[in-house]
Write a protein that binds this ligand. Structure first.
Ligand SMILES: Nc1ncnc2c1ncn2[C@@H]1O[C@H](COP(=O)(O)OP(=O)(O)OP(=O)(O)O)[C@@H](O)[C@H]1O
Length: 276
């Protein structure tokens, strides 16, 4: 058992916000030839409107699978995924999905990449112009509208990806290790930017990461999944005040206690040589 005395996880305070995404007794099984692998079994979790929820767990426990099911890109084998209390539509066009790869279109400028989701949705030109302009300001890319992705740094490409997701005002953003490929300094900058943008946009965020300190720094809650077949092992409210200055967090006692506690929980499910 984790040494709870080092950092007793705070009691969850019941939020008054509406459930946005709910997983009820969720199960997922994959078939590979004659072999069946149960990745997830009996997973229960509720994400409320406006929350920033981080999910960590051992490698291969099904974190990306969980997001794919949440976005309506994959069906559950058992249980339910609810969005606003109803079965999740396939695909769910009210949500945004950001992955580690930015998938920008190399031949389109920054502006044209950000505009793409609005074009697909058939938005009028004036609205597209207005929204793209706002997004470019929000993510700090003014002056780079005409640049091609190949002319941008990794952090700038990530900003374009964020803007392209936010431009159609998704109610929920599912982020699958979005900053995993960035170096430490850029990562820190993008984390702070994401918090700023999230507090301005009021969307709900479900954020998958391998990095516990990133999860604690960003989240209202950190959910730890167990090894396969995965379920929720602990769901820890992060009682660090907002707004958070991420450059100062690591000097805070509570931040370090939460990190230590979550590590001890996660370590129970890791075997020697496993990755988080
Ligand atoms: N389409 C698929 N067909 C068969 N097996 C799959 C499929 N998608 C995922 N899996 C398997 O399901 C398990 C969970 O995969 P998933 O990518 O969701 O895990 P993860 O927790 O996100 O992993 P990581 O932390 O390494 O990114 C893995 O064993 C993977 O091989």
């Amino acid at each position: 058992m984790p040494n709870a005395s080092t950092a007793m996880a705070p009691q969850a305070v019941q939020s008054m916000a509406q459930p946005k995404v709910e997983f009820q007794r969720l199960g997922k099984r994959f078939h590979r030839g004659s072999e069946a692998v149960t990745v997830m079994e009996g997973l229960d979790l509720t994400i409320r409107e406006g929350e920033f929820v981080c999910v960590v767990g051992p490698s291969g426990c099904g974190k990306s699978t969980l997001l794919n099911m949440s976005a309506g890109l994959m069906r559950a084998s058992a249980g339910k995924v609810l969005y606003d209390g109803a079965p999740v539509p396939e695909p769910n066009t009210k949500v945004g999905y950001i992955t580690q790869k930015d998938n920008l279109m190399p031949w389109r400028t920054v502006k044209a990449n950000i505009e793409l989701p609005l074009q697909i949705r058939g938005a009028a030109k004036a609205e597209r112009e207005q929204r793209v302009k706002e997004m470019i300001q929000l993510v700090g890319l003014a002056g780079f509208e005409k640049a091609l992705p190949s002319e941008l740094s990794g952090g700038m490409r990530k900003r374009v990806t964020l803007a392209r997701t936010l431009v159609y005002q998704p109610e929920v953003i599912f982020a699958d290790e979005p900053f995993g490929a960035l170096d430490a300094q850029l990562r820190a900058i993008m984390q702070q930017e994401l918090l700023r943008i999230w507090s301005a946009s009021k969307s709900t965020v479900v954020f998958i990461t391998h990095d516990i300190s990133e999860a604690v720094a960003l989240g209202d809650r950190v959910v730890v999944l167990s090894a396969r077949p995965s379920r929720v092992k602990v769901d820890v409210p992060i009682d660090l005040p907002r707004p958070r200055d991420l450059s100062k967090l690591r000097f805070q006692k509570r931040f370090n206690e939460l990190n230590e506690y979550l590590w001890s929980v996660l370590a129970e499910d890791l075997n020697a040589g496993d990755e988080v």
